[in-house]
Design a protein around this ligand. Structure first.
Ligand SMILES: Nc1ncnc2c1ncn2[C@@H]1O[C@H](COP(=O)(O)OP(=O)(O)O)[C@@H](O)[C@H]1O
Ligand SMILES: [Mg+2]
Length: 252
């Protein structure tokens, strides 16, 4: 079982859109996937069909060890794609983590799933909290959407420094450009600088596209909504890059 996260200290940069699209593509690629929405604002549910039926459960039960993680999972929202929706109680995650200092609570929670699940995708809130630190620690790779503005590049640099300082393994961070509007000179300029701006970058840029916005309205991953769109092609490239990062060849 591999664990990845979509994370950025900035909100509204395309983390959830990417997490959902990659989760769907992975599940279609014979890779049993669990998508866990850790953001109490809970946007993932909107992007998945049947969002109304996908209700989050109080995490306290899980945190208190009163219920196994399996009870929180919605099986097969698509074939091969399991989902843990967010719940407002996720806000209290940090308190629990303070109490459990020393162990990685996320790792312990996910351990029972390692037999049947090939890939866990954590969709993170845009905070730098104890929870995020544990995510950064437990994840094999962390994918970071960066909108091509200097402010966003700056916060990417800060994240890199944070991961270095905490000795979490800076190489596990894999940034990619997100919401790129090539009509904007600044976006073009920054994206053209590629890996100079984003060292260890994935070499892909998700375009700013209205079809991505429509995912929320339609409750569909892009591969279902608009598989022939340029943005869908970029998400497929990102999935290929992730597969390469995690397994070199095929999921297994
Ligand atoms: N590539 C894109 N092009 C256009 N809109 C996008 C794109 N990616 C995300 N969005 C929209 O921007 C908003 C924030 O995206 P989201 O993925 O929820 O960001 P985050 O999880 O980083 O907060 C959503 O309304 C989403 O539909
Ligand atoms: Mg989000």
């Amino acid at each position: 079982m591999r664990i990845i996260a979509f994370y950025s200290p900035k909100g509204g940069v395309g983390k959830t859109a990417a997490a959902v699209n990659i989760a769907y593509l992975a599940s279609q690629d014979n890779c049993r996937t669990l998508l866990w929405d850790l953001d109490p604002q809970g946007a993932s549910s909107f992007y998945l069909a049947g969002a109304e039926t996908v209700k989050g459960r109080k995490l306290s039960k899980l945190l208190e060890g009163k219920a196994p993680i399996a009870k929180f999972i919605h099986d097969d929202v698509y074939p091969g794609l399991d989902f843990i929706p967010a719940h407002t109680s996720f806000r209290n995650f940090d308190i629990k983590l303070e109490q459990e200092s020393g162990s990685n609570v996320l790792r312990d929670m996910l351990a029972p799933l390692s037999e049947e699940t090939s890939l866990v995708i954590l969709d993170c809130p845009p905070t730098l909290s104890r929870l995020t630190e544990q995510v950064l620690e437990v994840a094999d790779r962390v994918y970071v959407p960066v909108v091509p503005t200097w402010l966003a590049v700056n916060s990417w640099n800060q994240l890199q420094q944070f991961v270095k300082d905490k000795k979490l393994g800076a190489r596990k961070l894999r940034p990619f450009f997100s919401m790129v509007d090539r009509r904007k000179n600044l976006h073009k300029e920054i994206v053209e600088q590629g890996r100079e701006v984003l060292p260890n970058g994935m070499g892909v840029a998700v375009p700013y596209a209205s079809v991505v916005e429509r995912m929320g309205e339609e409750g569909l991953p892009l591969e279902r909504l608009a598989p022939h769109s340029p943005a869908a092609e970029v998400y497929r490239q990102i999935w290929a890059g992730i597969r390469q990062d995690l397994w070199k060849r095929r999921p297994g």
